[in-house]
Design a protein around this ligand. Structure first.
Ligand SMILES: O=c1ccn([C@@H]2O[C@H](COP(=O)(O)O)[C@@H](O)[C@H]2O)c(=O)[nH]1
Length: 249
């Protein structure tokens, strides 16, 4: 979306976690040209299906389909091909599905007939809702969260993924081991409750840490004035990017 010679841009994907197409479409219409990037996850996909994704694509929006595939390689390959047909920009699989599965996803995205619009594959490392304690209960008690994220980022890179999903706390580890794009949910503007998110950061910190994309849901969709909440986040991102650029000069 931007090359290394152009100024750094960090798109904000608004997570449309709604139970109906009508609610999601109302927000998209309210935001108009203020928002060009939307994420569709399990809830809205199950409620509104492919046609809503195609509607967003037809509106010229960048669509991140966040269905987090985790299955045997052959099944994931088929699912990626079907997703590619909708013209989505980004698509998630769980890195913990293993090398063969992530490779199958990347290969499917690149061997599809829709090569011009091949979705970029993101590997989810550790969900931003996971704590160190929960990681231990999953049997990874020898690893810290940053170590586990680094390990899975390395795997994602070896498989040819475009990027990973991680929290703002692990971006440096991701960049160090893989150089992949960091797509960062768990964004909480100052004062907004964390809820079920465990590894959170304000937009400014995510930018300072090197995020390539932010993902924001409830701090926007549950705000009294969602457009105002979106604009405030966009302003914080723009300011942090210009402070960062000044530091580099
Ligand atoms: O590790 C992950 C991976 C995906 N998500 C998704 O991002 C949004 C975040 O929503 P908020 O309301 O801002 O918490 C949501 O759609 C998740 O499914 C994530 O949070 N963490």
């Amino acid at each position: 979306m931007s090359d290394s010679s152009s100024p750094r841009e960090v798109p904000v994907f608004v997570a449309l976690d709604y139970a109906s197409r009508a609610e999601a479409r109302a927000l998209v219409d309210d935001f108009g040209e203020y928002c060009t990037h939307y994420k569709v996850g399990l809830q809205l996909y199950l409620a509104a299906g492919r046609s809503f994704i195609e509607e967003l694509v037809d509106l010229g929006k960048h669509v991140f389909l966040d269905l987090k595939f985790h299955d045997i390689p052959n099944t994931v390959r088929g699912a990626v091909i079907e997703a590619a047909k909708m013209g989505v920009d980004l698509l998630t699989v769980h890195a913990s599905g293993g090398e063969e599965m992530v490779k199958a996803a990347v290969d499917a995205a690149h061997t599809t007939d829709f090569a011009m619009r091949a979705p970029k594959i993101l590997a989810v490392t550790l969900l931003t809702s996971i704590t160190q304690e929960q990681l231990g209960k999953l049997g990874y008690s020898v690893s810290t969260i940053p170590e586990q994220v680094a390990l899975l980022s390395n795997l994602a890179k070896a498989c040819g993924a475009y990027g990973v999903v991680c929290s703002a706390n692990e971006i440096a580890d991701v960049k160090r081991v893989s150089g992949l794009k960091a797509v960062v949910p768990g964004i909480r503007p100052a004062g907004f409750r964390s809820g079920d998110q465990a590894r959170v950061a304000v937009p400014k910190i995510a930018i300072q840490n090197g995020a390539d994309y932010l993902v924001v849901g409830r701090p926007i969709t549950k705000a009294q004035d969602p457009l105002q909440a979106l604009r405030a986040i966009q302003t914080e991102v723009t300011q942090a990017l210009s402070e960062d650029a000044e530091m580099i000069q």
